[in-house]
Design a protein around this ligand. Structure first.
Ligand SMILES: NC(=O)C1=CN([C@@H]2O[C@H](COP(=O)(O)OP(=O)(O)OC[C@H]3O[C@@H](n4cnc5c(N)ncnc54)[C@H](O)[C@@H]3O)[C@@H](O)[C@H]2O)C=CC1
Ligand SMILES: O=C(O)[C@H]1O[C@H](OP(=O)(O)OP(=O)(O)OC[C@H]2O[C@@H](n3ccc(=O)[nH]c3=O)[C@H](O)[C@@H]2O)[C@H](O)[C@@H](O)[C@@H]1O
Length: 471
């Protein structure tokens, strides 16, 4: 029986391994982590991450061929294939600070693999890493290797949160990069055989190591670039009276462009787009390509501009000050159907409003009060470390209240901001909300989820991203 071990039981390690276990009943899969609380949660009824469909997959194979454990060394020693899916945060200090990927967790995982292994291993990069990382990992593994042979593969993950199970069941493609030697090709084939249990052969792409590593950074950069492009257009739409939804629709109808990922928003968030582009920018700079670096940097600049433009719109619409005013925030997660708040645009918008002394009343169906308070008091980039190594928040932010109901959050508010596109925000009774708000009652829809005309009929003043402004 083939044994797989995955180091890192996070948003990627947990769901990907659960799906491999489900689709390959004859493979034993162990997911290990240094975080005791994460592993305890994976072994409980309350999984550590919210992801539609994940519970059913985990329940059907946990304890049979899927195991979650903190006994990292034992499972690594026993495995034939080791996936490494640990954090690769942005460096906050030293060379490349603010851009380069911090490979501390990866390196410590690689050193541990080298220490405990007693048989040949295939080591798979599942984390998103800078191109050429495999070369460094190979050096760590083979140095002092006691005769053990390692093959490094790059198998980046393309799942999106909120649709992770769907994406894993039917991926657009699975990408496997390896050495062009007979041993490298054999390792590629072995991993291909795992995916071939459910992924059609033509969707499994095999490349050299560097192409696979770089393709992951490139894919995220292209996706984020589309959002920044449409968000840049949204500013022009507001200035001219065009409607960004109509523009996106018209542009996306061109089959060469396509309709997906053209939704204007308050800005993209999530744990990867910004981190991976910064990493790409750094790699370009290191390779003497400042023009290429500047091109990609602009995607992040436009994203930052979109968030601050949104805050400015709120403040100017509320007579140039939000000091002491209550603003209801609907949605804190970086997108719907996840409780994940990593790099959510809500953090920057809330911090911007708090900077202008607003009082915030926040409601999100999946994010806890503790998480919101931590996010609003944490330094940039500190979130991307194992939970038990994150700095504790010094104190909670006093001007912030977290409510467990949208109506309670909006009660007595001067303004209401929608920052996540949760479906339930489309179905709220906005007349009831209007009746309980201060007047004039303003709505700032950062996700274009409400029907602006209907809200205007109720009496709201409505601002939607990239849409004609309320006269
Ligand atoms: N979140 C996402 O949707 C996607 C993330 N990725 C990439 O996958 C990687 C992991 O991301 P997430 O799963 O979101 O992160 P995460 O923070 O949810 O999980 C990483 C886990 O690794 C554990 N860990 C760190 N060092 C360890 C070590 N030495 N030994 C054992 N466990 C260790 C941490 O405790 C944590 O539970 C990152 O490189 C990310 O860029 C790629 C595609 C999608
Ligand atoms: O490497 C990763 O971590 C993953 O990053 C993204 O997945 P994810 O961040 O989970 O979610 P997305 O659906 O891509 O959304 C990212 C952000 O962009 C925003 N977005 C997305 C699409 C759009 O049209 N407009 C828009 O503002 C979302 O609201 C969200 O804040 C990619 O879609 C995945 O393919 C990739 O594997």
């Amino acid at each position: 029986m083939v044994k797989i071990c995955c180091i890192g039981a996070g948003y990627v390690g947990g769901p990907t391994m659960a799906v491999i276990a489900l689709k390959c009943p004859l493979i034993e899969v162990a997911v290990v982590d240094i975080s005791v609380s994460r592993i305890t949660a994976w072994n409980s009824d309350q999984l550590p991450i919210y992801e539609p469909g994940l519970d059913d997959v985990v329940k059907s194979c946990r304890g049979k061929n899927l195991f979650f454990s903190t006994d990292v060394e034992k499972h690594v020693a026993e495995a034939d294939i080791i996936f490494v899916s640990v954090n690769t945060p942005t460096k906050t200090r030293g060379l490349g600070a603010g851009k380069a990927a911090d490979l501390t967790y990866w390196e410590s995982a690689a050193r541990m693999i080298a220490d405990v292994s007693k048989s040949d291993k295939i080591v798979v990069e599942k984390s998103t890493v800078p191109v050429k990382t495999a070369e460094a990992i190979e050096k760590i593994l083979t140095h002092n290797s006691k005769g053990i042979k390692y093959q490094i593969l790059s198998n980046p993950e393309f799942l999106a949160e909120g649709t992770a199970i769907e994406d894993l069941f039917g991926p657009d493609r699975v990408l496997i990069g390896g050495r062009e030697t007979p041993e490298g090709q054999k390792a590629i084939q072995m991993l291909k055989d795992v995916y071939a249990h459910w992924v059609p052969e033509e969707r499994i792409i095999c490349t050299n190591l560097w192409s696979a590593e770089l393709s992951k950074l490139a894919a995220n950069a292209f996706l984020a670039q589309r959002i920044s492009s449409v968000n840049a257009m949204s500013a022009l739409c507001e200035a001219t009276g065009a409607d960004v939804a109509e523009v996106s629709h018209a542009v996306g109808k061109d089959t060469r462009i396509g309709p997906k990922f053209l939704n204007a928003s308050v800005g993209f968030g999530g744990s990867c787009f910004q981190k991976d582009i910064l990493n790409l920018v750094y790699i370009c700079e290191c390779n003497g390509l400042p023009e290429v670096a500047n091109y990609w940097k602009q995607v992040i600049k436009v994203n930052d501009y979109q968030k601050s433009r949104f805050v400015n719109r709120i403040v100017t619409s509320m007579f140039n000050t939000v000091s002491g005013k209550k603003i209801a925030i609907f949605g804190f997660a970086f997108k719907k159907d996840t409780g994940d708040t990593r790099e959510t645009p809500a953090i920057d918008v809330c911090k911007g409003l708090l900077g202008d002394k607003a009082r915030l009343s926040i409601y999100d169906p999946q994010v806890t009060e503790d998480q919101i308070q931590r996010d609003l008091s944490m330094n940039k980039f500190d979130w991307d470390h194992p939970v038990h190594l994150q700095p504790m928040s010094p104190s909670s932010v006093k001007q912030v209240r977290v409510e467990w109901d949208a109506y309670a959050a909006a009660k007595g508010a001067h303004g209401l901001c929608i920052l996540t596109e949760w479906d339930e925000f489309k179905k709220l009774d906005y007349q009831k909300i209007y009746d309980k708000m201060m007047k004039p009652a303003l709505v700032f829809d950062g996700r274009n989820v409400v029907k602006a005309e209907e809200l205007r009929e109720i009496g709201f003043i409505v601002y939607s991203i990239g849409r004609p402004l309320d006269p």
